[in-house]
Design a binder for this molecule. Structure first.
Ligand code: ZN
Length: 255
């Protein structure tokens, strides 16, 4: 009994040590930089994984959707295929954290995207915090998209997503991975929910446009720190006009 208590105390101590520096969203570049076409890779996968084991993003030249899960980086390509990427692959935009869920909960079956948002908001009502969200389950349907690799001069994201490949999956198991960001991140990240999907067998996925959950478990990690890294040496970033409100453009490319 004494040993058990000691083990529990040590585990708590270890968790405490792990959560203090880990209570952070790390982000490379800004969403508005991505919107205007700053697709040069600024950070390697290796360096990204030093900042977190869970998250979402994209790749150099906008070469597909990124899912970071359990310390592995997956690339959902425009043809729908999924590969685990080499850590030399670099990213122009990504958000990651070390995922240590604060709350675990069962989700109401037959929930769609909006219903899941509502359930997460009920479980994690402080919408002025960042929140990492993982949903593991069976999905009756899953609708995603990816984006094709671009050539220079890079077009704005809106132009790319106007012709985005979309994928419709049915009766599929997998993980939803992403963040709920506070409204005040406008211009920097995506306010509200931004979720990506990867199937259990890691062969399908993408940026989520819609889904219907059959059954699943939710996990939420509340994050109170935000670490923004800007691409200091990138000419494309230096030249980008980031003074405008691009909320409408963002809505058009994300939803
Ligand atoms: Zn996305």
């Amino acid at each position: 009994m004494k040993n058990l208590l000691l083990a529990a105390a040590l585990a708590l101590l270890a968790a405490g040590c792990a959560t203090t520096p880990d209570n952070t969203v790390f982000q490379m570049s800004t969403i508005d930089a991505l919107l205007v076409g700053v697709y040069d890779g600024h950070l390697s996968g290796r360096d990204l994984l030093r900042q977190g084991n869970f998250g979402i993003g994209t790749f150099e030249a906008l070469d597909g959707e990124m899912v970071v899960l359990d310390g592995r980086i997956y690339q959902v390509k425009a043809d729908g295929s999924v590969v685990e990427v080499n850590h030399d692959a670099s990213t122009p935009f990504a958000s990651v954290c070390f995922f240590n869920p604060d709350i675990r909960f069962d989700l109401t079956p037959a929930s769609d995207f909006a219903a899941i948002e509502e359930q997460v908001n009920r479980i994690a009502p402080n919408q002025n915090l960042f929140c990492a969200v993982r949903i593991s389950g069976k999905f009756k349907s899953m609708h995603t998209r990816s984006v094709p690799r671009q050539q220079k001069p890079y077009p704005p994201l809106k132009q790319v997503t106007a012709r985005q490949p979309e994928f419709f999956m049915e009766d599929i198991e997998g993980d939803v991975v992403g963040f709920r960001c506070p409204e005040f991140v406008k211009g920097v990240n995506v306010p509200g929910f931004h979720l990506h999907f990867i199937s259990r067998d890691r062969t399908q996925g993408g940026h989520i446009l819609g889904f219907e959950l059959a059954e699943g478990r939710g996990e939420v990690d509340l994050l109170s720190r935000f670490h923004l890294q800007l691409p200091q040496d990138a000419e494309s970033f230096a030249a980008a006009d980031l003074s405008r409100d691009r909320s409408e453009e963002l809505h058009a490319v994300e939803k």
